[in-house]
Design a protein around this ligand. Structure first.
Ligand code: TYM
Length: 330
């Protein structure tokens, strides 16, 4: 089977609906047709100063959310990035292939520093560690949301550069970004993406949130002043976002969802979207309670996943070390 790989940062106590619909839903689907590697990007999370106990908790919770969402650890390798130390090592090699100006142009770094965030050097070299994550596993596809596109581009550039300089050794990956789902919007500001750091509590839906609060957030979502339910992300961002959320969770094409609201108002739309979301998240939340009740089992799953990942990573790293001219240790 061809390989796919993706990761999420453990930077909050709960994933949000954007992470779920933009990435996790596809992770689950793709594991039928691919050899899948899914990891918690705990090294990347160190770019945000966090209390160690909180980081440990969030790392377990993030892994548990992969499983609660339907990732099957029997088929897919589920692991922590830091458990496979080759990631940091290949990250260093990628740093040394990246021009300073090239890294300076990455929008994530520019945006965060422009907002006055006190950036560390880890945030600057974040894309090169991400390239290492991907290239380590010879991943053909990387299922992510739209916001990761630039990171995929630099990863492809680095793989090509490595291959040109040192001979074919790394697979050049393709992003796997599903149109429509790839950018779930903030409920209060539907022209910005839903995000852990950028969205207000009312604009965000945490997967672990109380169902009553989820329904309330959806009922107070910002829409527009005409009254027609129609999919048109350009001029009707709020309504279109609700339609997309409904469409993915109900498995109905977005135009069909829109047509089912012909002659009805936004109140009906919001009510039904809230129902669909709560219906999907209730079993997810139940599964989370079970998973978190047995942290030893969770740690065991992560250990097995790391063993599988290390097998691939050690082979890639041996190849990379040899190609770049690092002396083997005998
Ligand atoms: P992270 O942790 O910010 O987000 C995890 C995934 O969720 C997607 N996503 C969204 N999709 C649709 N709508 C939204 N509003 C939305 N918000 C987030 C993201 O695109 C992502 O797929 N740099 C990565 C983590 C990472 C990684 C990797 C991913 C590290 N190494 C290697 C893939 C491969 C990140 O910060 O994702």
């Amino acid at each position: 089977l061809p390989r796919i790989l993706s990761g999420m940062q453990p930077t909050s106590d709960s994933l949000h609906l954007g992470n779920y619909l933009g990435a996790l839903v596809n992770w689950v689907k793709l594991q039928d047709d691919f050899d899948a590697f899914y990891f918690v990007a705990d090294l990347h999370a160190l770019t945000v100063p966090t209390d160690p106990a909180v980081l440990r908790h969030r790392t377990r919770v993030t892994a548990a959310q992969f499983l609660a969402g339907g990732v099957d650890p029997e088929r897919s390798a589920v692991f922590c990035q830091s458990h496979v130390t080759e990631h940091a090592e290949l990250g260093w090699v990628m740093n040394c292939l990246t021009a300073f100006g090239e890294a300076s142009r990455m929008t994530q770094f520019k945006d965060k520093t422009a907002k006055g965030q006190n950036a560390n050097v880890g945030l600057f070299t974040y894309p090169m560690l991400m390239a290492a994550d991907i290239l380590m596993y010879d991943a053909a596809y990387v299922p992510v949301g739209e916001d990761q596109r630039q990171h995929l581009e630099i990863t492809r550039d680095l793989a090509e550069r490595f291959n040109t300089r040192f001979g074919e050794a790394l697979v050049v990956p393709e992003p796997y970004i599903v149109k429509g789902a790839a950018k779930i919007m903030d409920l209060q500001d539907p022209t910005s993406k839903m995000s852990k750091t950028g969205s207000s509590p009312k604009g965000l839906i945490d997967l672990m949130e109380d169902p009553a609060k989820i329904a309330k957030n959806i009922r107070s979502a910002v829409t527009d002043t005409d009254a027609e339910v129609r999919y048109d992300p350009e001029t009707k961002a709020g309504v279109s976002n609700l339609l997309v959320i409904h469409s993915i969770l109900s498995g109905t094409p977005v135009e069909e969802v829109a047509a089912s609201f012909a002659g009805r108002g936004y109140g009906d739309l919001k009510k039904e979207v809230a129902e669909v979301v709560v219906e999907s998240l209730t079993p997810f939340q139940q599964r989370m309670t079970e998973l978190l009740a047995d942290p030893a089992e969770l740690d065991r799953i992560l250990a097995t996943g790391a063993d599988r990942a290390r097998e691939v990573a050690s082979t890639t790293m041996a190849r990379v070390r040899d190609r770049v001219g690092l002396l083997p240790s005998v």
